[in-house]
Design a protein around this ligand. Structure first.
Ligand code: ZN
Length: 306
């Protein structure tokens, strides 16, 4: 098993060749694929995290394989597939069934990635790692949480979540880094804030000659435990804002989010334009920026009132 790191001239992106991780050649018959509209017949605006929903094709090689309430994204390659997020421990069973319902083999998944290190998105990662034999790669901050199964003190929601089954993390990725698995390329965008290790992901997907840039933008909501104040952590807030800016300016034709409800997936899939909207990422990032401003203002007001 070899990892080849390539530093393209003039670019900061590092390509990591992971083709050796695929355990077998990806062979599959064409799947019977549901449409997004069909998905909305099973799933509603605010669904439970572990409510089963059918998988559907988002665009080209990219499929939604999550539950109704929590996303999991499958990107199908010639030499192994990429799966982002597992859902909860129970939700991972639905994710597995959805991948298989599309006609793909779990053992063809070569790379498991994450949005952020909370149990609703990576609580089932250990289960998926076992079923797929895939490499797990995540951010440095998320790696310690996923490897131990315990949340980190720097997490605004520290102490609020149950422990997770530990995952063997095979490697870490940093902001702007591009991972390659066979013909697939995917780039990490560090978007800390909701958690220290939060990542968003960007990749291109083509359907014939119709190529679109997809972005799986992390949750990013400024929520916390009672004692935590974002205003007490200026460096963290600065990194938070920098991530929002990167997201707002990223090329993005199709926005996906770990909680489908946070980007109105049901409403968008039911609309005439569907998920395609090249300003959706910028709007999403800006709306989170407004929430962060409000949160900081509230903290200041609470402080003044003491
Ligand atoms: Zn979360």
């Amino acid at each position: 098993m070899s990892v080849r790191r390539i530093l393209p001239a003039g670019l900061l992106a590092i390509a990591v060749t992971l083709s050796a991780y695929a355990t077998e050649t990806a062979t599959h018959s064409p799947p019977v694929v549901a449409t997004g509209a069909e998905w909305t017949r099973h799933c509603t605006k605010w669904d439970k995290w572990d409510k089963p929903g059918p998988p559907y094709r988002i665009h080209g090689d990219t499929y939604y394989v999550g539950t109704c309430g929590i996303a999991a994204i499958l990107i199908v390659g010639d030499d192994g597939h990429i799966l982002i997020d597992s859902g909860t421990k129970a939700g991972a069973g639905i994710v597995k069934r959805n991948v298989q319902a599309l006609g793909f083999s779990l053992r063809d998944i070569g790379l498991l990635l994450s949005s952020h290190e909370h149990f609703d998105h990576v609580g089932g990662m250990a289960k998926l790692q076992q079923s797929t034999g895939a490499r797990v790669m995540t951010s440095k901050a998320a790696a310690s949480v996923m490897a131990s199964g315990k949340d980190a003190p720097g997490d605004p929601q520290f102490g609020m979540h149950p422990p997770m089954a530990p995952v063997h993390v095979d490697g870490t990725v940093s902001d702007g880094e591009t991972l390659a698995l066979g013909n697939l390329r995917i780039t990490a965008i560090a978007t800390p804030g909701h958690t220290p290790g939060a990542l968003s992901w960007q990749w291109e997907s083509c359907e014939a000659d119709q190529c679109r840039m997809l972005v799986y933008a992390d949750s990013l909501s400024p929520v916390s435990g009672k004692a935590y104040r974002f205003g007490d952590h200026p460096d963290y807030v600065a990194a938070y804002r920098a991530g929002l800016e990167r997201l707002a300016t990223a090329q993005c034709d199709i926005l996906l989010t770990p909680h489908p409800s946070s980007s109105g997936m049901v409403e968008r899939l039911s609309s005439d334009t569907g998920l395609e909207n090249s300003s959706a990422c910028a709007s999403y990032a800006r709306s989170i920026g407004v929430r962060l401003d409000k949160r900081l203002a509230r903290e200041r007001a609470e402080n003044d009132g003491r």
